[in-house]
Every structure is written in structure tokens, then in C-alpha cells.
Design a protein around this ligand. Structure first.
Ligand code: HEC
Length: 293
């Protein structure tokens, strides 16, 4: 999973699922609430923390607080005992958090999310970019989708015919429709594993590499023009082809990142590793050649 295709395909798949039945995730569901509404007064700055309370880590949120050390903001699995819950769900304007004059206000849904998070253990997570990607325990994609259907009145559609299936798969993985020849070949392949063989063929294809590379190229602001008023020509496609090749050969993500950031500094840097640093030259630059940070 540390290779490019695994990572980018997983991103596609996870964006198709939404939250409800899946256990809450601190980073996805809770951190944004605390960060927008609480950290300004109860965050990393110990000096300025109101009531001496800091909520940005599990250790600090579960510390004993108050003059008598008789309470905790967070008591895992016990929202009733958690001062945090008492204060966000309080009706009294003297009690409620965030304070009304702070211009912050939690919606009922956010308050309930905080309550459910405490019930589920009140766990924190490190920054998402340092989390190891892991499949949800014991859950296949189908069962996660089925859980979404429950109570919504939705039902799985009947299986698609083979032509439709091929069209969807090819669109998903390449952004393009299948050719008539590819359709004929798939319809003619009646042996078991025909679908998996198409998946393998597509994953190995330049078209899938191109499709997967698009998000990276967009994020890195790839362009063969310099972006200012004259928007003059420049040659960044050499770097673009490096990215395409990285996806085609399913390069390891760490190498992909290191070479783009500092390929020229690697011992005995190859020409391709130098080309990779074109990543850093995608920014707009003026006609005179100056680069604006
Ligand atoms: C504008 C600043 C501000 C913001 C924003 C804010 N608080 Fe507070 N908070 C305070 C102040 C001031 C106190 C101390 C006075 C009091 O207890 O009402 C306090 C006290 C608390 C206490 C009680 C601490 C104790 O000793 O019992 C908790 C729990 C708390 N805040 C949680 C939160 C949570 C959760 C949020 C976000 C949803 C939040 N606060 C947002 C200013 C803020």
C-alpha cells in the first residue's frame, strides 16, 4: 500500500463512503469542531489557556482540573462525568461553552458528535498525514455500503450487464470509455476471472497512470505556461512525464516525495532525479524570470 497506485486508488474509494455508521474518527469528526470552537481558548498555548484547560491532547484533556482537582474535561466513555460535555450541552449562558460572546456556537449535531466521541472512548489521533492507512476492522467495502443503505430506504441495484460494468470500470480507472474492441474482448471472455483480468489490464495501462497522475499534477499546479499576464510558454512537461512514469511504474511514495523535493541533493543524483525537482518550479514566475514565493 505504500506505492502510488494503492494510495491514490484508496483515496478514490474512501471518498465514496460517508460517515454515519462508521465509528467516529477524531481527525475527521472531532478535531475540526474543537479546532474551530475551542482551541482558541483551550489550545496549545499553555500561557493563555482559559481556566488552565487545554484540549488539544488526550493527556491534557483528561487531567484533573479545578481548585479541588475534582473534575476532568474528558472522562473516556462517560459523557455524564465529563466537564466538557456538561459545558457544551449546558443551557445556562453562564455555563455554556463556547461562551456566547465568543461568537462561536456549536450546532446540536456537533454537540451530539462530541457526546458520541466521549462514549466511544474520547480517543485522539495524531495528524492524519502521519497515520498508517488501515482497512476498517472486519469490514469489506460491500458491508460498509450496506450499512449506509440501512434505514435509508435504498437498496442495492441489481448487477449491471457486462457491457455497463466494463464501461464503469474503465471510466473509473482511466477516465475514458472502453473501445469497441475492448468491449468485444470482454464479452467474449467467458472464463472465470474475466473481470479481474480487465482490472489488471487497466491498472497496468498508461491511461490509468494518466488518470491517477491528474490529481497530483493539479495539486502541484503543473502548467506549461508561467501564469502571469503574458502567460508565456515554459517547458514543464518534462517533469509531467516524470510524474506519469512514476505512476506507470508504481513508484514507492517515499521515493516519489523525496525525489521531487530534493532529488538533486541525492548522492549521485540521476538526471531523472533532477528532473523530479521540477515539482518546485511549478510556481508562477514573471516574464523577467523572477519567481514569486
Ligand atoms: C473565547 C474563549 C473560550 C472558548 C472559545 C471556549 N472556552 Fe471553555 N472556557 C473559557 C473560560 C474563560 C473558562 C473559565 C470560566 C468558566 O468556567 O466558564 C472556560 C471553561 C471551560 C471548562 C471548564 C473548566 C473547569 O475548570 O471546569 C470547560 C470544560 C471548557 N471551557 C470547555 C470548552 C470547550 C469544549 C470549548 C469548545 C467547544 C470551549 N471551552 C471554548 C473560555 C473559552
Amino acid at each position: 500500500m505504500k506505492h502510488l497506485k494503492g494510495i491514490f486508488l484508496a483515496l478514490f474509494a474512501s471518498s465514496a463512503l460517508s460517515a454515519d455508521e462508521v465509528p467516529l474518527s477524531f481527525n475527521r469528526d472531532i478535531r475540526p469542531i474543537l479546532s474551530d470552537n475551542c482551541f482558541g481558548c483551550h489550545g496549545t498555548d499553555a500561557h493563555d489557556a482559559k481556566a488552565g484547560l487545554q484540549l488539544h491532547s488526550f493527556e491534557l484533556a483528561t487531567m484533573r482540573i479545578g481548585k479541588k482537582m475534582d473534575r476532568q474535561a474528558l472522562v473516556p466513555r462517560d459523557r455524564g462525568a465529563s466537564e466538557l460535555w456538561k459545558r457544551v450541552s449546558a443551557k445556562d449562558p453562564e455555563e455554556i461553552m463556547p461562551p456566547p460572546d465568543s461568537n462561536h456556537r456549536l450546532s446540536l449535531e456537533q454537540i451530539e458528535l462530541l457526546g458520541r466521541w466521549i462514549d466511544q472512548g474520547g480517543e485522539y489521533e495524531g495528524h492524519w498525514s502521519f497515520q498508517t492507512v488501515a482497512a476498517p476492522k472486519g469490514a469489506s467495502i460491500d458491508s460498509l455500503i450496506r450499512a449506509q443503505f440501512e434505514g435509508s430506504g435504498l437498496r442495492p441495484a441489481p448487477p449491471a450487464n457486462r457491457e455497463t460494468l466494463l464501461r464503469r470500470l474503465t471510466q473509473d480507472l482511466t477516465g475514458l470509455p472502453p473501445t469497441p474492441e475492448e468491449i468485444d474482448a470482454f464479452l467474449a471472455d467467458q472464463k472465470p476471472g474475466a473481470y479481474e483480468r480487465v482490472v489488471d489490464r487497466l491498472l497496468a495501462s498508461p491511461a490509468t497512470a494518466e488518470r491517477l497522475a491528474v490529481d497530483w499534477l493539479d495539486g502541484a499546479r503543473y502548467a506549461d505556461t508561467n501564469g502571469y499576464s503574458i502567460d508565456d510558454h515554459r517547458d514543464m512537461w518534462i517533469w509531467r512525464d516524470w510524474v506519469l512514469h512514476a505512476f506507470l511504474t508504481n513508484k514507492r511514495f517515499d521515493e516519489f516525495a523525496v525525489e521531487q523535493i530534493a532529488g538533486d541533493l541525492l548522492p549521485n543524483a540521476t538526471e531523472q532525479q533532477r528532473v523530479a525537482t521540477g515539482f518546485l518550479r511549478n510556481s508562477m514566475n514573471t516574464h523577467e524570470g523572477g519567481t514569486i514565493e
